[in-house]
Unconditional design. Structure first.
Length: 661
C-alpha cells in the first residue's frame, strides 16, 4: 500500500494473497518465495510463489500465506536464478529435438551436482556443530524436544536429498551407460525436486526493506454492534441486566455513548434547546463537571466498579463493551481550570465553543492542538484511554477523529497497542474520502461509512465496489451502521417498517461489521422537521424508557446468527453483484471457504417488485442448486443464469439464500 508507506491489514486466520512481477535479462528460469515472519519471531517462514502465466512468458508470480496471530508481521520476496532448472530445461529441449551428442551438457550437470553435494555436506556439518553447542543452552524439556524434532526432520530431509543426488550423479558419470539413459536420469523429477530443495540460491534478490502487515483479532473485521444510552436503561447495572438478551440476539459489541459527568454550563435542553429545563440531563458529549472528566463515570449511571463488572459480565457472554472517546470538554470540565493552556482563548480571554456550521455546540469546547503544551495534552489523552483499557474496555468508538491531528491518532493507537494489542478503534468520520482513507491507513481498525446515504441500487453498487475492489479493502474496514443518534435518513422516515427491514438486511449481509442504534427495532422514524436527519425527542438530550421488545428483534436475531454460521458473511471484499432486471432489486453473492450466500433485496419499501436475478457461471456453482432462505427457512431451487424473484413488502423484503451442500 502506497509503496510500503503503510501496512496492509488482515485478521487472524486470513490468507494473505500475494503477487509480484519478477523478471531478469536473458532466458534463465527463476524461482521465488514470499518470506513472512510472525510478531516476536526471529525465524522467517517461506511460502512458494508460482508463475501465473509461464506458458505465455509472463512475469507475474503469485502465492499466499496464512496469518495466525495478531501484531505486526514482516514479509518480503526472495527471487533467484534456477541454475539447475535452466540447465535441465535446456537438456530436455535438446533431447526432445533428437540431438545425439549431449556429453558437454551432461558434464555441466555433473559439475553442478558435485557443487550442490559439497554445499549439503558443509551445511550438515555446520548444523551438527551448532546443535552440539546449543544442546546445553536449551532450558525447558518442551523447547528441547521441539527443537530436536525440527532438527531431526531437517536432517532426514537433507539426507534423503543427498542420497537422491549421489545416486543420480553416479549414474550420470558412468560413461558405460547408454547416453539416452544418462540423460533420462538427469531429467528425473525426483532429482529435480531434491536439487531444488538444496541448491544455493544463485543471484538471490530481496525486496528491501521488508513490508509490514498489521494483523488484528477477528472483532476488528467482523461483529454486530448495538448502541444504547445507559441512562435510558437504568444505568450501567441496567445495561448489565440486558446482556443475556443481547447475547441471545447475536450481538458482539455493546456500544455506549459517553458515560462521563455532564457539564451544567450551557447545558442543552430537549430537542437541542439552548436553555435546559429543570431535570434535563444534557448531552453526554458535553463531558465534565466538578466531579470529574474523561476518566470518571456519571454518578447517575454508577461507578467505575460497576463498569468493570459490566465488562466482565459481557465477556462471560461473548460480548464486549465499547466506549465513546470524544475529545471535547464542557465549560465545567476540570481541565479548563487545571490546564487552561489546552484550550482556544479569544483576545478578550473568552473561550470559543465548538461548531460545525450550521450545527452549533454551545455546551462544549474543543482542545487546542497547537497548544505550547501539546505533549502534555497528548499524554493526558493517552492516559484516559489506558485508564479505560485497564477497566476492561478494549473497543473505542472515536468521535469525529477527522477534526484532530492525524499524527496524534497514529501515535495514540501505536502507544495503546504496545500496552494491549486487542484494542479496536472505530473511526466516526463522515468527511472527505481521502481523510477517511488516511485515518484507516494510520491505524484505525474500522470506519463509519457513507452507507446510510446510499439507498438506490446504483449508489450501493458503486460504493460497495469502491470499498471492496479498488485496493481500499486492504486497509479500510467499513462498519455499516443503519442509523445513529445523529442520522435518521429520509428513506427510514418515509419508508415505514419495510424500509427498516431492507436496510437491516443490506447492512448485515454486505458488511461483516454493522450496527444499529436502539430504537431501530421499534421503527423509530420521526424527525424534528422535514429535511432534517435529527430525531424528534432525541435521546441525546433526554432520557427514554427503553426495553428490548421491538417487533424487528426476531429478524435481527436471525440475521446475526446467520452471520456467525456463514463465513461468506464475515468478510467484505468477497462480494459479487448479480444482474437484476429491475432497478428496485439489488442482488449479490458472497463466497468464502466453500460457503455461498446469495442476497436479493427489494429497495422499494412501498410496492412489490419482481424480476430476474442472474447468477453468473464464474461463481463456480453447479448448473442447478438448492438454497435455503436464512430468513424464513424455506427451500428453493436456483440455477446458473436467470432466476425469478418477487418480493412484496407486506410479506418479505428480501431473500438471504444459503447454498445447500
Amino acid at each position: 500500500m502506497d509503496g510500503g508507506r503503510y501496512p496492509v491489514k488482515r485478521c487472524v486466520g486470513d490468507a494473505v494473497n500475494f503477487s509480484v512481477d519478477i523478471f531478469r535479462d536473458g532466458h534463465d528460469l527463476l524461482r521465488a518465495v514470499v518470506r513472512h515472519r510472525a510478531p516476536g519471531s526471529s525465524q522467517w517462514q517461506e511460502s512458494p510463489l508460482r508463475q501465473m502465466d509461464a506458458d505465455a512468458g509472463g512475469v507475474r508470480w503469485a502465492g499466499q500465506f496464512e496469518v495466525d496471530q495478531q501484531g505486526t508481521w514482516l514479509y518480503d520476496v526472495v527471487a533467484w536464478t534456477d541454475r539447475f532448472g535452466t540447465w535441465r530445461d535446456e537438456l530436455r529441449r535438446k533431447v526432445g529435438a533428437g540431438e545425439q551428442d549431449l556429453s558437454g551438457e551432461l558434464s555441466e550437470g555433473i559439475l553442478m551436482l558435485r557443487e550442490i553435494l559439497a554445499t549439503i555436506e558443509s551445511e550438515e556439518a555446520q548444523k551438527s556443530k551448532e546443535a552440539r553447542k546449543s544442546k546445553e543452552a536449551r532450558k525447558s524439556k518442551e523447547a528441547r524436544k521441539s527443537k530436536e524434532a525440527r532438527e531431526s526432520k531437517e536432517l532426514r530431509d537433507s539426507e534423503e536429498a543427498r542420497a537422491t543426488i549421489e545416486q543420480a550423479l553416479i549414474s550420470i558419470e558412468t560413461e558405460e551407460l547408454n547416453h539416452g539413459i544418462r540423460c533420462q536420469i538427469a531429467l528425473e523429477q525426483d532429482l529435480y525436486e531434491a536439487v531444488e530443495q538444496r541448491q544455493p540460491r544463485s543471484e538471490a534478490t530481496y525486496l528491501e526493506p521488508p513490508l509490514q502487515l498489521q494483523v488484528d483479532r477477528e472483532l476488528a473485521c467482523f461483529g454486530s454492534w448495538y448502541e444504547m444510552f445507559p441512562r435510558s436503561w437504568g444505568g450501567l447495572k441496567g445495561v448489565q441486566a440486558q446482556l443475556p438478551a443481547l447475547a441471545d440476539l447475536g450481538f458482539d459489541v455493546i456500544y455506549l455513548p459517553p458515560i462521563h459527568p455532564i457539564g451544567h454550563t450551557n447545558r442543552k435542553g430537549a430537542n437541542n434547546a439552548l436553555t435546559a429545563a429543570a431535570g434535563d440531563p444534557g448531552s453526554p458529549w458535553a463531558i465534565g463537571d466538578e466531579t470529574g472528566g474523561h476518566d470518571s463515570v456519571h454518578h447517575a449511571l454508577g461507578t467505575i466498579s460497576d463498569l468493570r463488572g459490566l465488562s466482565v459480565a459481557a465477556r462471560e457472554r461473548g460480548l464486549e463493551i465499547a466506549l465513546d472517546f470524544a475529545i471535547q470538554c464542557s465549560a465545567d470540565h476540570p481541565w479548563l481550570t487545571e490546564h487552561p493552556e489546552w484550550f482556544h482563548h479569544r483576545p478578550d480571554g473568552t473561550l470559543k465553543y465548538a461548531e460545525n456550521p450550521p450545527k452549533k455546540y454551545q455546551d462544549i469546547y474543543n482542545v487546542n492542538w497547537e497548544s505550547a503544551d501539546w505533549r502534555g495534552l497528548w499524554n493526558a489523552l493517552l492516559e484516559v484511554v489506558l485508564f479505560w483499557v485497564n477497566c476492561g474496555i478494549s473497543v473505542f468508538r472515536v468521535d469525529n477523529p477527522h477534526t484532530k491531528p492525524i499524527a496524534f491518532w497514529k501515535w495514540l493507537i501505536e502507544e495503546v497497542h504496545t500496552h494491549n494489542r486487542d484494542v479496536v478503534f472505530l473511526a466516526e468520520a463522515f468527511t472527505r474520502r481521502a481523510v477517511m482513507r488516511q485515518l484507516a491507513k494510520i491505524g484505525f481498525s474500522q470506519s463509519y461509512t457513507y452507507f446510510t446515504w446510499k439507498n438506490s441500487r446504483w449508489e450501493l453498487t458503486e460504493y460497495v465496489c469502491e470499498l471492496a475492489h479498488t485496493g481500499e479493502q486492504d486497509y479500510f474496514r467499513p462498519n455499516f451502521f443503519a442509523n445513529t443518534p445523529d442520522i435518521l435518513h429520509a428513506y427510514l422516515q418515509h419508508g415505514g417498517p419495510a424500509a427498516f427491514r431492507a436496510r437491516l438486511v443490506l447492512a448485515a449481509t454486505l458488511s461483516p461489521s454493522y450496527g444499529i442504534y436502539s430504537g431501530y427495532e421499534h421503527f423509530e422514524n420521526v424527525a424534528v422537521h422535514e429535511g432534517s436527519e435529527e430525531y424528534l425527542h432525541s435521546e441525546k438530550y433526554e432520557i427514554k424508557k427503553r426495553a428490548l421488545d421491538g417487533p424487528l428483534l426476531p429478524m435481527i436475531r436471525t440475521l446475526n446468527h446467520a452471520r456467525r454460521a456463514h463465513p461468506a458473511l464475515q468478510r467484505f471484499a468477497n462480494v459479487t453483484f448479480l444482474g437484476a432486471e429491475n432497478e428496485a432489486l439489488i442482488a449479490y453473492a458472497k463466497q468464502r471457504q466453500h460457503d455461498t450466500v446469495l442476497t436479493v433485496v427489494n429497495l422499494d419499501p412501498h410496492h412489490s417488485q419482481e424480476g430476474l436475478a442472474i447468477v453468473p457461471a464464474h461463481l463456480g456453482l453447479p448448473p442447478v442448486f438448492n438454497v435455503c432462505d436464512l430468513l424464513t427457512g424455506e427451500n428453493f431451487q436456483w440455477r446458473i443464469g436467470p432466476n425469478y424473484v418477487r418480493l412484496d413488502p407486506t410479506l418479505r423484503q428480501a431473500h438471504v439464500l444459503a447454498l445447500q451442500p
